[in-house]
Design a protein around this ligand. Structure first.
Ligand SMILES: [Ca+2]
Ligand SMILES: [Ca+2]
Ligand SMILES: [Ca+2]
Length: 372
């Protein structure tokens, strides 16, 4: 019974205690808000940006960060941190990052400094923002490239200029073309030579040579008159023409006209044949040449030369009319011995009478004798 009484008392006390505690302590439970007691873990309300200082939650964040930085007290932390706006840094965003965005052009490296920045430029660039070309460099399509300098061979035979660090070659009158006068000009494409010459392109120049049959320096060529040197056969006619000449065997000769080629044409006469050495024509047997014509051989007969002596050597009749009283080719013409006193032996007082093949003398009237 005593135990039961004690038990009831105990429950009563617990119940009263509970009611008391829950009523009075509810007002005292920390909620971690500004000016309030910190939570028992020593921090203030999550997301409040309050610091727990001496068990009281205080707001020190306002105006903590500079340059519009946002102050943050992380959950379960009493440390204030600044989330800086772009371009600022430092634990209170007190520094400005002049390198963000990078003001240095052309890949220059930006180094932040107090109130400013310094650009470390890449090779070839200069200026505060690496915006100009350094000495010895020049702008080429927006980039700085190293200046080029003429050397003795840069433009070959041309004239080199390197103004502004840029090579330019004047190839005029060099026979070459191209950026560096490195390409030979083929002058022959413009036909610089005489129309009767052959053009040969050479490195840096060209040459002209007159074609065969022409003479001159190539830029002017004139026909050679080959006939002046008698290039044809002696029995040929030379004809000069542009660039050449022709030889033509004269009438009666056959061949191409070149020296030694013109052979007398024997075919014109049926009785002419080329002789064994091929250097002329001879008549066939039974014929003989008479002024270039083959005439049939003649043979002596008893009457050919009358009373003269006939000879037919070489097919040609020859009459020897000596002492016949006749003359002429065939001794057919009686000689008039009476025509002149020297031709007869008649006495001066005789009369001469011509006869066929002879003459007679008869003493004139008043004279006697045989008349001779
Ligand atoms: Ca050339
Ligand atoms: Ca000629
Ligand atoms: Ca007579």
């Amino acid at each position: 019974m005593k135990i039961k009484k004690f038990y009831i008392m105990f429950v009563l006390i617990v119940l009263i205690s509970f009611i008391f505690i829950s009523c009075s302590d509810v007002k005292k439970v920390p909620i971690g808000g500004e000016g309030e007691t910190c939570f028992s873990n020593g921090y203030c309300k999550n997301g409040s940006n309050l610091q727990c200082i001496k068990d009281i939650c205080v707001n020190n964040c306002d105006n903590y960060c500079q340059n519009d930085g946002k102050c943050i007290v992380a959950d379960y932390s009493n440390d204030m941190n600044c989330k800086c706006k772009e371009g600022f840094f430092g634990d209170r965003c007190q520094y400005q990052n002049f390198c963000d965005p990078n003001p240095c052009l052309h890949g220059g490296n930006c180094k932040n400094a107090i109130d400013s920045y310094i650009c470390e430029c890449k090779e070839g660039y200069a200026g505060n923002e690496c915006n100009i070309c350094a000495n010895g460099y020049h702008n080429d399509s927006g980039s700085c490239v190293i200046d080029q300098k003429c050397t003795a061979t840069t433009c070959g035979q041309g004239i080199c200029s390197d103004a502004g660090g840029v090579i330019s070659c004047n190839c005029e009158n060099t026979g070459f073309t191209g950026d560096r006068c490195e390409t030979d000009v083929n002058e022959c494409l413009n036909n610089p030579c005489d129309e009767n010459a052959t053009c040969t392109n050479t490195s840096g120049s060209y040459s002209c040579a007159c074609n065969n049959g022409y003479e001159g320096d190539g830029s002017k060529c004139t026909d050679i008159d080959e006939c002046l040197n008698n290039p044809c056969d002696e029995n040929a006619t030379c004809t000069n023409n542009l660039g050449s000449y022709t030889c033509r065997c004269n009438d009666g000769y056959a061949g191409d006209g070149s020296e030694g080629s013109c052979i007398y044409e024997c075919d014109a006469d049926a009785h002419l044949v080329v002789n064994a050495t091929n250097d002329g024509c001879v008549c066939t047997n039974g014929y003989h040449d008479e002024a270039g014509t083959c005439v049939i051989d003649q043979n002596c007969t008893d009457t050919t030369c009358g009373t003269g002596v006939c000879s037919d050597a070489g097919g040609v009749i020859y009459c020897n009319c000596e002492n016949t009283g006749y003359e002429g080719n065939r001794c057919e013409v009686d000689i008039d011995e009476c025509a002149t006193n020297d031709s007869n032996n008649c006495d001066e007082n005789a009369t001469c009478t011509n006869t066929a093949g002879s003459y007679s003398c008869a003493c004139n009237n008043g004279y006697e004798g045989d008349g001779y």
